[in-house]
Design a protein around this ligand. Structure first.
Ligand SMILES: [Fe+2]
Ligand SMILES: [Fe+2]
Length: 230
């Protein structure tokens, strides 16, 4: 049994056994991430997840460079933060994916003998990456950066389009107004959360304000529609 309670399936153990060292740690990590998520043609969601991890890692890189944090280690953490997504499907799903990811990442980092000074920090950051308002007292800037990088990608324009679609698709004006108000409330709550760095704050606020602005435009339109049919 691993630290966060995951028992590895044969599939996970087999993939882990293929990665025992590295020339370039980031390229090695992209390879194992792809294999673990296994985006077969019928699993477009896993390809989306793979790309999301790459984007999260790039957000982490930008924050690390701007804030003088360890760049490679944060990129590694960003890449690995959702590595257990597919595996967690048989173990409790989204609710436990951060722990499954942390356990897989821990075994992988040990296997490739990655930077001993950062192994635990990367694994803890992964286990804590979807915490929102209740943050442990010992949560470090490094750990916050992984969670912030993930949140920033969750507010990119594609995810925002998905939210906007959900707010309007086959809905009446009244339902649209209700859904938009709800989505605005949620976005404002996320915007109010503590961030690890000034750079993360700015990056998140930018994408979050864009989403709120678009939702408000839809809200205005739905309100106008309501008045015009009275
Ligand atoms: Fe996640
Ligand atoms: Fe994520």
């Amino acid at each position: 049994m691993n630290k966060y309670g995951t028992e590895f399936s044969k599939r996970v153990s087999d993939i882990l056994s293929l990665h025992t060292g590295y020339t370039d740690p980031i390229e090695e990590t992209k390879k194992i991430l792809y294999e673990m998520l296994e985006p077969t043609p019928d699993r477009g969601d896993m390809l989306y997840r793979y790309e999301h991890c790459i984007r999260t890692a790039e957000n982490a890189r930008r924050i690390a460079i701007a804030e003088g944090l360890p760049v490679e280690q944060l990129v590694m953490a960003g890449l690995l933060h959702d590595i257990g997504y597919k595996e967690s499907e048989s173990k409790g799903g989204f609710r436990v994916h951060q722990f499954v990811s942390a356990d897989i990442a821990s075994a992988y980092l040990d296997n490739i003998n990655y930077d001993i000074d950062y192994r635990e920090e990367i694994v803890t950051a992964i286990a804590r990456h979807n915490l929102t308002d209740e943050l442990p007292d010992d949560m470090t800037v490094f750990q916050m950066t992984v969670r912030d990088s993930d949140d920033i990608d969750r507010f990119d324009i594609i995810r925002t389009s998905m939210v906007l679609g959900d707010c309007v698709y086959e809905k009446t004006n009244c339902e649209i107004i209700e859904a938009c108000n709800e989505a605005i409330k949620k976005a404002e709550w996320l915007k109010s959360l503590k961030r690890g760095t000034k750079t993360a704050r700015e990056m998140f606020d930018r994408v979050c304000e864009k989403r709120i602005g678009l939702l408000k435009e839809i809200l205005d339109q739905a309100n106008k529609n309501l008045t015009s049919i009275k």
